[in-house]
Design a protein around this ligand. Sequence first.
Ligand code: NOJ
Ligand code: CA
Length: 553
Amino acid sequence: MPEFTFLSGAGDWWRQAVIYQVYPRSFADANGDGIGDLEGVISRVDYLAELGIDAVWLSPFYPSALADGGYDVDDYRDVDPKIGTLAQFDRMTEALHERGIRVIVDVVPNHSSNRHVWFQEALAAPAGSAARERYIFREGRGENGELAPNDWPSHFGPTSWTRAPDGQWYLHLFAPEQPDFNWDNPEVRDDFLETFRFWSDRGVDGFRIDVAHALIKDMTEPFQEISGFEQANIPLDGSHPLFDRDEVHEIYASWRGVFDEYDPPRVAVAEAWVPSERRPRYASPDGLGQAFNFDLLLADWDQAQFRDIIAENLLLAAQSGSSSTWVLSNHDVIRHATRYGLPSGLSVDEVNAWLLADGGNIVENHELGLRRARAAVMLMLALPGATYLYQGEELGLFEVADLDAAALQDPQWMRSGFLRKGRDGCRVPLPWTRAGSSFGFGTDGAHLPQPGWFGGCSVEAEQDDEGSTLSLYRRVLALRKELQGAEELDWVPMSDEARPDAVLAFRRPGGWVSATNFGLAPVDLPAGRILASSSPLVGGMLTGNTTVWLATD
Ligand code: NOJ
Ligand code: CA
């Protein structure tokens, strides 16, 4: 591999990095089969470099039947032939590295796919065999074992148990095609260490760890009752049988040993849906080193909520010895430009009902939602810590809310009894050109249908338009590189007595200020020279739903 230099070459490059999530099957399709691929990523490395990000995180690209968008992995140390080859992976890594962009890959340790060679062996082997011990098989209840061992639900549907042909049942916290590994088995532990070495040896810089809070389960009988999978139902003492058990951290300490064999040490970020107080342990330097903080992604567009979340997470980050992370969107949630156009405080069920009712493409919602989304990303990028962006948010993409039922791929749709439309609306292939087949995504269609308005949000439509969301992202990402300093922040009190709760402002080391007006009415600007704003300022005032960055030296 050629020599390459990164802007920040030190082992802590990740602390305040901007990481861009690529969902490979929906990013760019180089061979025209409708599915995004690694050559597609290679063809867009200049786009990524120009955007000004520090790293890409690739969602799974491993061989998979796509029962859950690739989070059902057949082989952790290979590339899906539908997407590319290992040689292409190496070329992609090299091309990104040459541009100073690091590479993070997604590792899915809680479950494999049902096509993984180990699960196939387990099915072929008898009850009680070593092959079955790599997964979680149990006898059923009832006279002939015809009832599942217990009534634990799965994330995607009514039960987390499926019966094998010989009558035993296996556990899957997600789809039946995603059997859960038995992490008490040293063979499973050793195999993942090998996977980390495999990718690290190929030059991968880090790992995103899927469902990091679920690996260890308490399977002692009688089984514990569980009241649901929501974060709010996870107790703070590690006593939930499935989530956030203290023993998971022993696993992460052993991974840290492998990460630290490399120079610079490989990094990892935990996807751990745990109460915030429990997050620092995942982010500990002795463990994974960083953890997603999804609090902004769950918050309303509300000054007080944002302020509390920021304050709490900066404290938690300090406790963990890590930096904080910030996220507004990813491949699992409704795009935030759409979310911010909906009324505040909707429950998940209400959002689902809205998606089912096909309300998604109402233009007024779009205008307000996008304006707030632009303000939100500037606020987020002004914070100390690392920021995770999701492909397409830089184009101001909205959720494709009116996908036909026949087009839906997400297992949530079918397994929820058609109550939850699922996550396909944020996974529609990206528009690169104003027109043409699949708007430049590929040459022959896209695996999820793109709506007509995609052309107006394409890279081609936005790249030379100063007012576009793409131009805003490029501008503020470049500015952030110049401005970002120590991981500190001081709140700036705003003096507008009439609207005390409208504005959130803070000063960063080096003297620059970010101020966001969450309200509708314009307010006075803090003093300073304007560096960037998410929407035009009118009459020297900070307009509603707008963020501004100011130099105050
Ligand atoms: C979290 C991933 O982000 C999601 O897409 C997936 O369905 C589940 N984990 C299961 O792997
Ligand atoms: Ca392809």
